[in-house]
Write a protein that binds this ligand. Structure first.
Ligand code: MG
Length: 344
């Protein structure tokens, strides 16, 4: 047997932090999965695998949802499972078409809860214009799961042979963020911690395929997109900087954040750059088209607060640097461990 590439003196067992979307997750994926499954589609490590079958260019993706609690301000695990997979297809430049869903249910889950989850999955699927066409159900003993886990996979058709990849990113490209960050993570945390705010912070869970379609119609020069989920804006930008081999510079003052999220982050000791979102994306765009793309986003319900937050630079390849509000610069590193476990 080939020796396990994660040495025992480093980590003997999987930790919760290996699911946090930061450095440990990347180590787990690279060393355990990619090293063995290794192929040119997987190695792209984009939100979806994109390939040709006959004359069709398709995108294919999968995601599992273990969010706790299963009902949270602004949504539940069901719509999250639909929107998350829709978004992974959309940011690959594809029109999402068909989804599968797998349920792992813990004995004792009230039928009323399961029904609510299924109803909101149907509503989310209708809203995104996708069909759930196949599925699976398993039930595990009480205490051997946590209410319900859901997996969704999805297939989409890539628009006009579009090629969305970090490889396209070049110095000078502008980076557009589709809206305010941190709402989803803070909604989950406040539900868990029983925090109350003047106005409730709701998850931003939303299907982004309509927004992406509007963006694609406005420009042929969208080079890269990613939905900034687990690990937050910082993880997505670091992943792109590292796979593209380019530097990224962002400006703190340009990043849209809800005042209440800033306040909650201060109370909880969290950095909004690392907090999960479920209805936001970043796009890397040729500077000549950035205004066109930005306007197309601002005219869409899920891109009203879109802003150009930075650019691709020649300096510090593989790194993300932020100009802070007070004018200094700091490296925005990928989070190492677990800031917020089971956030999606
Ligand atoms: Mg994604």
């Amino acid at each position: 047997m080939i020796t396990c590439p994660i040495p025992k003196n480093e980590y003997e067992k999987v930790l919760l932090a290996h699911g946090g979307g930061g450095k440990l997750t990347h180590q787990l994926i690279e060393k355990i999965f990619v090293s063995q499954f290794n192929n040119e589609l997987l190695n792209e490590q984009n939100d979806s695998a994109v390939f040709n079958i006959e004359n069709a260019k398709l995108a294919f993706t999968t995601d599992s949802y273990v969010v706790q609690p299963i009902f949270f301000p602004g949504g539940n695990i069901g719509e999250l499972a639909v929107n998350g997979t829709v978004n992974d297809l959309a940011v690959a430049g594809a029109k999402p078409l068909y989804l599968s869903t797998g349920f792992i249910i813990e004995e004792g889950l009230p039928f009323e809860d399961l029904w609510k989850i299924v109803l909101s999955m149907k509503e989310a699927a209708d809203k995104a214009g996708v069909k759930i066409v196949t599925g699976d159900t398993k039930v595990v003993e009480r205490g051997k799961g946590d209410k319900v886990f859901i997996n969704t996979s999805g297939i989409g058709a890539v628009y006009n042979n579009l090629y969305i990849s970090p490889r396209n990113c070049k110095a000078g490209d502008l980076i557009i963020l589709s809206g305010k960050i941190g709402d989803h993570g803070i909604a989950i945390m406040s539900a868990r911690e029983g925090l109350e705010f003047e106005t409730e912070i709701l998850s931003d869970t939303a299907p982004l395929n309509g927004l992406v379609e509007a963006m694609i119609n406005s420009s042929k020069n969208i080079k890269m997109m990613r939905d900034i989920t687990r690990g937050g804006l910082s993880s997505s930008l670091n992943e792109i900087a590292s796979s593209a081999g380019v530097g990224i510079e962002i400006e703190e003052d340009k990043i849209p954040i809800n005042e209440q999220v800033i306040g909650a982050c201060e109370i909880l000791g969290l950095d909004p750059l690392y907090i999960a979102n479920e209805g936001k994306l970043v796009a890397f765009v040729n500077p000549n088209d950035s205004e066109k793309v930005l306007n197309s986003m601002k005219n869409h319900e899920f891109g009203i607060d879109a802003e150009i937050i930075g650019e691709v630079v020649e300096d510090h390849p593989g790194r993300v640097v932020m100009k802070t509000s007070i004018g200094s610069k700091r490296i925005v590193d990928m989070i190492s461990g677990e800031q917020l476990p089971r956030i999606c």
